[in-house]
Design a protein around this ligand. Structure first.
Ligand code: TXA
Ligand code: MG
Length: 351
């Protein structure tokens, strides 16, 4: 049995943690977490599927419910900065603390060394742990009331697009999770940025809700990417090696200038759909007799990130047999959006 409890929009907007902690959904959620159960809850990025990070049996339930590979470690969510001390015995370096003070609460996850209180299942046997403080009031209230560090991957079936609405979680996990806290649609829409920091060098393991430009703006730091380099060896962020975020409908990525040159490819499909920007639609390069779904403006990548996973799930509900997605600029949130689209795609890009 899966119970879905909605929290009123107005109460979320009030952003008063004390008031939220009085909500039935939060009280039930905190109780379940303390009992070693799993709970789905909203964050500003995507919905998470949480369990007490220090309880191995509880964390195992996450892997089972999602069908997640055991070697993919989880992110631990905290509500207070001093909880870091309970996760790591080493002093947190100043270059990490400085970034945390700028971006927490928010979609930035830092990888730090872990202590023995965190069981191996949470970090997939790694001696490091990924930690973030979400900014969604519902997530913060749940974390605060439970007083637990909460391990939470995205609350989707493993491999499927991440859930940005409670309905998505229900579609994937009904019957597998006792409680889904419905806090409306997630405002960012793509997951957090996962980084390691050493001597003021930031390595982005997964691009996400905090853009590389925003990280690079912090005085004294340099930003590097590792994507693409670890295809055949052991990646520093194990999640990178899996095909991910994929709708069931095959998706190909095409440069917008090539969109009218793929007739050969389309011959194999009966009902393809073009997922393109407002600007590209206006050019008329795709005949209006074709199936077109608008992503939004190339100039508003924030809006595209907000809608992306929801659109991919919607497309899967129709009977399209191919998604032709327009490649997007990789500045700002574009880096995270293109990372998700690349990993959702069958590897047939048209440049
Ligand atoms: O926005 C988010 O980050 C969402 C919400 C729920 O907070 N969570 C999320 O979790 O996206 P998940 O499990 O879907 O992705 C976690 C990512 C994976 O790519 C994983 O490999 C990486 O973080 N990760 C976790 N622990 C790590 C570690 N110790 N070292 C390197 N990468 C790690
Ligand atoms: Mg995920």
């Amino acid at each position: 049995m899966t119970e879905v409890i909605k929290i009123k929009k107005k109460i979320i907007e009030n952003n008063n943690l004390k008031e939220l902690m009085e909500e039935e959904a939060i009280k039930r959620g905190a109780e379940l977490l303390k009992q070693g159960e799993i709970v789905a809850f909203p964050t500003e990025t995507v919905y998470g599927l949480g369990a007490d990070a220090t309880n191995a049996a509880a964390v195992k339930k996450i892997f089972t419910a999602k069908g997640r590979p055991q070697d993919n470690p989880l992110i631990i969510h905290i509500a207070e900065r001093n909880q870091l001390k309970t996760l790591s015995d080493r002093e947190i370096a100043n270059d990490v603390l400085n970034l945390i003070s700028k971006f927490w609460p928010g979609p930035l996850t830092v990888v730090i060394s872990k202590n023995k209180k965190i069981p191996a299942v949470t970090t997939a046997g790694l001696d490091t742990v990924a930690v973030r403080m979400p900014s969604h009031p519902v997530a913060l209230a749940l974390l605060k009331l439970s007083s637990l560090p909460v391990a939470a991957p995205s609350a989707n079936s493993s491999g499927y697009p991440s859930p940005t609405r409670a309905e998505h979680v229900y579609e994937d996990l009904k019957g597998k999770v006792p409680l889904i806290i419905d806090g409306g649609q997630c405002s960012v829409g793509v997951e957090s940025t996962v980084i390691t920091v050493k001597n003021n060098k930031i390595e982005v393991l997964r691009p996400g809700g905090i853009s590389p430009e925003r990280l690079a703006e912090v005085p004294g730091y340099s930003v590097y990417f590792i994507d693409g380099k670890y295809k055949n060896s052991s990646p520093p962020s194990p999640g990178m090696k899996y095909r991910h975020y994929s709708p069931r409908t095959p998706l190909i990525l095409v440069d917008r200038k090539q969109l009218d040159k793929i007739d050969d490819l389309l011959k194999d499909y009966t009902n393809p759909v073009f997922l393109i920007t407002e600007e590209t639609k206006k050019t008329g390069i795709i005949s209006s007799s074709k199936n077109i779904i608008e992503l939004g403006s190339r100039k508003n990548l924030k809006q595209i990130a907000y809608k992306l996973f929801d659109l991919l799930r919607e497309i899967d509900k129709s009977d399209y047999d191919l998604i032709i997605a327009e490649k997007l600029p990789e500045n700002g949130l574009g880096k995270a959006i293109m990372n998700r689209l690349h990993r959702a795609s069958i590897k047939k890009h048209i440049n």
